[in-house]
Design a protein around this ligand. Structure first.
Ligand code: FUB
Length: 459
């Protein structure tokens, strides 16, 4: 009897473990998790939402790495589930010769231009500009926009001059919020219409337990200043409200407690997209899962944000599955392979024409595209621009799950031309809204498949 109980307990533990790992594989509390990304800035532009992040892949895997980020990565989505990897859009000193760090960006669009503000570590703020949200970003000043000499920045005790937040008010006045490491170290300064020069001197308001990660947003005439509290206050995301962007702020409480699987610095963004509000943040779930020191290897995640009737913010409850999908993916148009909801073992790189592709997929590596709507007629064939297929390695297309119905398969007999080629195959009967898996399978262990894009033809 005792032996039976022991076996039962072991089985329960095994099943719970399998369940937990399956859930993690499907979870959405780590987006674009083929990279390590942190400090999300948000931009809603031409119907898409863009997230800009400190590139934690610039940091090494060891626990002594330190924050060495010197590039900014951009990802974007039109449905809040499938994210497109646009790669590194700004890098120092390549694109700003005076800078050697690019921490915690803030991005804003004005007069047809995109402005990206960043911390050169904790020692000043730079600004770079582009005509597209995905760059290329160029340095218009050749020096910092804000440093210790900027009027109103000093005096301050142990100021961290970083974590910019650019905010454009409805009356056309823009502001930059900066600073960290002390309740009286938050600074706000007006930006001129050119967005690359300041007007007047920085002012301040007292922020309880202020540590870093300033954010400003406005809703229904209320200004919300939110931030990461200090370690003593558990590095929560707290907020204050006012009827003015620069004064009169009153502490209102907690937007989000320390996120699960983070246990360290916290940094968030808030934005409205297609009628809903969202809270982007970072955690350390992927590094924890990989078993590497998590401090300098963060990942982005997202939750919906809700308001109470009086305009205060309902505290976010962090979940694994994050947000619901808005709309669906159209399989009958070209879909970039670097747009996905989840993946296993993939990397991305630039194509020769400046776009992006998935690269070096090995056997059992896959991407998942959520909510692909095949409609009533369904598909008759599938094609993709790929390289690296052989008689021993194929690209399978499955629906529902990794071992779900196989609806297409690309394979070549070998000797195919080197480089990306459009390959076609028949598609089995498939209709309605489905999750799609593109999976590399076969016996060739040296396989390294690249995928640029995929699409189906309608029946
Ligand atoms: O990513 C480097 C620093 O960590 C940011 O500037 C802070 O906000 C914290 O997230």
């Amino acid at each position: 009897m005792k032996k039976l109980n022991k076996i039962t307990v072991q089985l329960v533990i095994l099943f719970s473990l399998i369940l937990a790992l399956t859930k993690l594989a499907q979870a959405d509390d780590h987006i674009a998790a083929h990279r390590h990304l942190a400090d999300p800035a948000t931009l809603v532009y031409n119907g898409r939402v863009y997230l800009y992040a400190s590139n934690d892949d610039d940091n090494s895997d060891d626990k002594e790495s330190g924050y060495k980020m010197k590039s900014i990565v951009c990802i974007s989505s039109s449905d809040m589930k499938n994210w497109t990897d646009h790669g590194v859009v700004f890098e120092a000193p390549r694109d700003a010769t005076w800078a050697n760090r690019t921490w915690a960006p803030s991005v804003i669009a004005r007069n047809g231009k995109i402005y990206l503000y960043f911390g050169n570590g904790g020692s000043g703020i730079g600004v770079v500009t582009a005509s597209s949200p995905t760059g290329p970003f160029k340095d218009p000043l050749g020096k910092k926009l804000i440093d210790n000499q900027t009027p109103g920045v000093l005096p301050a005790k142990n100021m961290w001059l970083f974590d910019p937040m650019a905010f454009l008010d409805d009356d056309g006045q823009a502001y930059l919020y900066i600073g960290g490491n002390g309740e009286d170290n938050m600074r706000v300064i007006k930006l001129n219409e050119d967005m690359i020069s300041v007007n007047g001197q920085a002012t301040s308001f007292h922020v309880p337990s202020f540590f870093e990660a300033s954010w400003m947003h406005k809703r229904d005439g209320n200004y919300y200043f939110s931030y990461s509290s200090n370690p003593k206050a558990e590095m929560r995301i707290d907020y204050m409200m006012s009827k003015s962007p620069t004064t009169g702020f009153v502490y209102k409480g907690v937007i989000g407690a320390q996120p699960p699987n983070n246990n360290n610095n916290n940094h968030h963004g808030i934005f409205e997209y297609k009628g809903k509000w969202y809270h982007a943040y970072h955690n350390r779930v992927v590094a924890i899962k990989k078993g590497i020191p998590p401090v300098y290897k963060r990942n982005l995640a997202i939750e919906e944000l809700n308001y109470n009737a009086d305009g205060t913010i309902a505290q976010v409850i962090y979940t694994e599955n994050g947000v619901t999908q808005i709309g669906s993916i159209n399989p009958y148009q070209r879909n970039e392979a670097e747009t996905m909801q989840d993946q296993n073992g993939i990397m991305t790189k630039n194509t020769d024409d400046g776009g992006m592709q998935i690269s070096g997929m090995k056997n059992n590596n896959w991407i998942k595209i959520q909510g692909v709507d095949f409609g009533k007629k369904g598909a008759k064939s599938f094609n993709a621009r790929v390289s690296g297929l052989s008689s021993g390695t194929s690209l399978e297309v499955r629906v529902g799950s990794l071992d779900g119905k196989q609806i297409a398969k690309l394979v070549t007999s070998g000797n195919e031309a080197v480089g990306l080629q459009i390959q076609s195959g028949k598609a089995g009967i498939i209709q309605g809204k489905q999750d799609l898996y593109l999976l590399v399978s076969g016996s060739d262990t040296s396989a390294a498949i690249d995928i640029d894009w995929w699409r189906f033809q309608q029946r």
